[in-house]
Design a protein around this ligand. Structure first.
Ligand code: ADP
Length: 267
């Protein structure tokens, strides 16, 4: 009986320890959640206020200075337009992230011509790419792929947006697509600073930024997390790399070629 009592005391102690460590884990998770939420709020306030301040400034300029030259007026109007577009993208990113996290994302998959989606995304991104040289290199035999064109366009748009933000004006941004075995590989390559080797895996984490200075730029630190979530929801993978060590970021999206397409186009 004494042995049994001792054992049950031991068991009670062990259970208490487990409970305590569970409590501790719970408290740690709650603290981490609070920290992320605070970071999100700070980031959101900053990212909403920066473009809003530019919009208000430009609108004030337009209202207060009736003797503006047509060129000045045009410049102020295009500031308003660009900053409003930035706000729009930012809010879209936040909504996308919410959808991903709540599990409410339902990809609307269909057989799609990747070249067409690349074309429509490049047209949509024309304004943000205006300061760069855009080169496309799409293999003529790109097979059709199963994807959700809206999600895929968002992925490509985020990658182009990053390339235009982080690579210096005047450099080339390349979009390359080719078939590789039973997959289609689409890459966005730039001539910017690239991503340090040890950080390659982390750039897809929420709020992760490689350089401290990156958080000064408009952006949420959510773009690549959304890219990964969307690509994986479509059954693909996304990877970060560099063209050469320490220079030129390369983002590679790989999507499987569906069985129905394979026999017709297999080499
Ligand atoms: P952000 O809103 O900061 O651009 P992202 O999730 O899109 O957030 O990117 C995360 C971080 O990865 C960026 O802050 C930047 O440090 C790095 N990064 C993303 N794309 C590139 C790129 N093309 N070249 C260099 N660094 C990049």
């Amino acid at each position: 009986q004494r042995l049994l009592d001792a054992l049950s005391d031991q068991a009670a102690l062990a259970i208490e320890r487990i409970n305590l460590s569970e409590e501790f884990d719970k408290a740690q998770r709650a603290a981490e959640r609070d920290r992320l939420q605070a970071a999100l709020l700070t980031s959101i306030s900053h990212d909403l206020r920066t473009p809003l301040a530019s919009i208000l400034g430009a609108a004030d300029g337009l209202a207060a200075l009736p003797e503006l030259t047509p060129d000045d007026r045009k410049a102020l109007l295009s500031t308003i337009q660009e900053e409003a577009e930035r706000l729009n993208r930012f809010i879209a990113n936040l909504l996308d992230m919410t959808k991903l996290e709540s599990g409410a994302l339902m990809p609307n998959m269909g057989l799609v011509d990747v070249s067409e989606v690349v074309g429509s995304t490049l047209r949509r991104a024309e304004r943000i790419l205006a300061d760069h040289r855009v080169e496309t290199e799409l293999a003529p035999d790109l097979p059709m792929v199963r994807l959700d064109p809206v999600l895929f366009e968002q992925v490509l748009f985020n990658l182009l947006d990053n390339a235009s933000k982080y690579a210096p004006a005047g450099t080339a941004i390349r979009v390359a697509g080719r078939r590789e075995g039973m997959s289609v590989r689409l890459q966005v390559l730039d001539e910017g600073p690239g991503i340090p080797q040890p950080e390659l895996g982390r750039v897809f984490d929420k709020f992760y930024r490689v350089r401290k200075s990156d958080s000064q730029r408009a952006g949420t630190g959510l773009g690549l997390a959304i890219c990964r979530g969307f690509v994986e929801a479509m059954g693909g993978t996304i990877e970060a790399g560099n063209r050469v060590v320490g220079h030129g970021a390369v983002f590679t999206v790989t999507l499987p070629v569906p069985d129905a397409v394979k026999p017709e186009t297999a080499p």
